[in-house]
Ligand binder design. Structure first.
Ligand code: BG6
Length: 477
């Protein structure tokens, strides 16, 4: 089904771009900022690509005015950024650090002056190290109140100026990589602990949403979920069943909790049999139900294709963090599913499958199951870029973004309510595990893993292209 007459994008569509504090700011101990788990984790040799860290990143903390000027020049309608908890509460709680609040206030005011709608992410993975040391971060219920207090501080300070808020960025990713795969802090591989930490994060999310209703009654709030719609590799019923298992475990396990405050039964039963189901306390389900969002934020990069996986089958896989094609391997959950290559898709140099139609499929599934507006809070292409005579010809990035926007347009025609689209990312930035060579921005940053150089900002071809798309409200797609 391809439509002849393209549906125009809504007039107030939020054409945007996104970032996260740790990946751009630098200034890791400036103006009273405390250390986050990422400040500490990246200093342990071997945890990241070429031992890169965000101490300087792309120095946005000291170049914020220049970066916003570029956003204004581009004509962005919205900019999604995250607030570093440790700038606001260096120790995670206690005394508030006014200098931290002042920095974000300057950023918000500057965005508003330039008619750019700010979208705040309150948590993009940089947990205060003090809370990790004191009680194990997301593994303790103590975090529910500390997270809530931090959020309320932001709601009170910025709630009048900022309408759109994202609570947790990719809970499924920071919990999965932190407690199962063991590649993000705290580097644990323990499924029981993972499910418990995940449950506590969901409770913290719900409590923050409950507070949001009180402090920002006219605002809109939602999570940013890392969505990867699942396909079966073949039509063999066992493969189709595997795809259902994966869809329930990877996607609905989180989104059902956000929207309906309950866990999908099939996966719950599976975890109970394994003895890894989260422990529920009285009042938990009631609290979860207070967390219903106004929109579903979706971060989309790729779909997932799976097949059946026997009980003694594949579990742990390998991630490609070097950009050497073909160095990743499949992973799975024995008895439920395992991932496999989709022969109909091409991949990036980091083995991510490029699948714009998957975005439309995922959006329709969400629309059908949850009946919520959707904000695409991240989508983009991480690739090597080449600076040649002062230019970056990133036509591959233009193709990627254009094809995904076309599928959003199709989804609009299908009846899906899409309120905005943020590319990942505005400037190049630090990729958590992949260093600086995996670039996502419209704006090139002149630095690499070894040499910080001058951090000069250089507009890529995609910058001018997206500027044109925004100006024409998508007509030029
Ligand atoms: C998302 C995150 O998972 O994907 C971003 O929200 C991240 O913070 C982005 O940078 C791209 O992932 P990666 O691993 O290529 O940096």
């Amino acid at each position: 089904m391809h439509h002849e007459h393209k549906q125009p994008f809504p007039e107030n569509f939020l054409w945007g771009s996104a970032s996260a504090a740790y990946q751009i700011e630098g200034g890791w101990d400036q103006d009273g900022k405390g250390p986050s788990v990422w400040d500490v984790y990246t200093k342990q040799p071997g945890t990241t690509y070429m031992d890169t860290n965000g101490d300087i990143a792309v120095d946005h903390y000291n170049r914020m005015e220049e970066d916003v000027a570029l956003m204004a020049e581009m004509g962005l309608k919205t900019y999604r950024f995250s607030i570093a908890w440790t700038r606001i509460y260096p120790e995670g709680r206690g005394e508030v650090n006014e200098a931290g609040l002042a920095f974000y206030e300057r950023l918000i005011d500057l965005l508003l002056d330039n008619h750019i709608e700010p979208i705040i992410t309150v948590y993009h993975w940089d947990l205060p190290q003090a809370l990790m040391d004191e009680y194990g971060g997301w593994e303790s219920r103590k975090i529910i109140d500390d997270f809530n207090d931090y959020c309320v501080t932001l709601f009170q300070r910025f709630g009048e100026k900022v309408k759109y808020w994202v609570t947790l960025n990719e809970q499924n990713v920071f919990i999965g990589l932190g407690y199962k795969v063991g590649l993000h802090p705290p580097g644990v591989k323990d499924e029981k602990r993972m499910h418990q930490a995940n449950h506590i994060a969901s409770l913290a999310n719900a409590k923050a949403v409950e507070s949001f209703r009180k402090y920002v009654p006219n605002g809109k709030v939602g999570p940013s979920f890392a969505l990867s719609p699942v396909y079966p590799r073949t039509s063999h019923p066992e493969d189709v069943l595997a795809a259902e298992n994966a869809e329930e475990m990877m996607n609905h396990w989180y989104m059902d909790v956000y929207v309906h405050g309950k866990y999908p039964e099939v996966i719950w039963a599976h975890l109970e049999r394994k003895g890894t189901a989260p422990e529920l306390q009285e009042g938990d389900l009631e609290l979860l139900k207070q967390g219903a969002p106004d929109f579903m934020g979706i971060n989309y990069y790729q779909s997932t294709t799976v097949e059946r996986n026997p009980l003694d089958g594949v579990a742990e896989g390998k991630m490609n963090t070097t950009g050497k094609k073909g160095t990743s391997s499949d992973s799975g959950v024995p008895g439920l599913f395992k991932t496999c290559r989709n022969p109909d898709l091409t991949t990036t140099n980091w083995d991510w499958e490029i699948d714009p139609v998957g975005l439309r499929i995922g959006m329709r599934r969400i629309h059908n199951r949850y009946q919520l507006p959707i904000l695409i809070s991240e989508n983009g292409l991480g690739e090597f870029d080449k600076l040649e005579n002062g230019r970056i010809h990133d036509d591959y990035r233009i193709d990627y973004i254009a094809s995904h926007l076309q599928q959003i347009q199709e989804a609009l025609q299908d009846g899906v309510d899409v309120i905005g689209y943020c590319t990942w990312s505005f400037t190049d930035l630090l990729s958590w595990l992949n260093g600086y060579q995996k670039r996502y921005g419209f704006v090139y940053i002149d630095r690499d893993e070894k040499d910080v150089r001058n951090l000069r900002r250089i507009k890529k071809d995609s910058f001018y292209w997206y500027q044109d798309i925004i100006q024409s409200s998508g007509e030029k797609l």
